[in-house]
Design a protein around this ligand. Structure first.
Ligand SMILES: [Zn+2]
Length: 151
């Protein structure tokens, strides 16, 4: 991004020509590519270059601190449900309650992430529930094996 900013300041004519050729390569005719490049350069040259050269929208760049905080909160919240499911019920019920609670949490996660990403809610939910079930079964199996050896 810094390099792009420097190029725009140092060689604006070359940058305009670059934009024109990139829009031509995208399929616009010569005059249209030139008009688009000129108008975008007048509007916000920096954003136009970032978008077509790097695929970046400077307004939508994630703030790393915000991303770190969001991850910390969501991982903690996500881990809370299985933890409660393990600790709350009487010991005989722990495994089935945990299994159901984790799958319900995964189904919810799939649904929410699909809504946010505008993807298929059905596909996302099935993928997480099936993947989660397999992970639970493998973990349970390893626990049985290792637990049997230790006990
Ligand atoms: Zn450029």
């Amino acid at each position: 991004m810094d390099q792009e900013r420097r190029e725009l300041a140092d060689t604006p004519q070359q940058e305009l020509a670059e934009l024109v050729s990139l829009y031509s390569a995208k399929g616009l005719s010569g005059p249209t590519a030139h008009a688009v490049a000129a108008e975008l350069t007048r509007h916000d040259a920096f954003a136009a270059h970032l978008e077509i050269e790097l695929g970046i929208d400077p307004k939508r760049l994630a703030n790393p601190w915000q991303a770190a905080f969001a991850s910390a909160v969501s991982f903690t919240t996500g881990a809370l449900l299985p933890l409660i499911a393990v600790l709350a019920p009487p010991s005989a019920w722990r495994i089935p309650v945990t299994f159901v609670a984790v799958l319900a949490a995964l189904a919810l996660t799939g649904d929410i992430s699909a809504r946010l990403g505008r993807a298929s809610r059905r596909t996302a939910t099935i993928r997480l529930v099936v993947g989660g079930s397999l992970a639970l079964l493998v973990t349970y199996g390893i626990g049985r094996l290792v637990g049997a050896v230790v006990a």
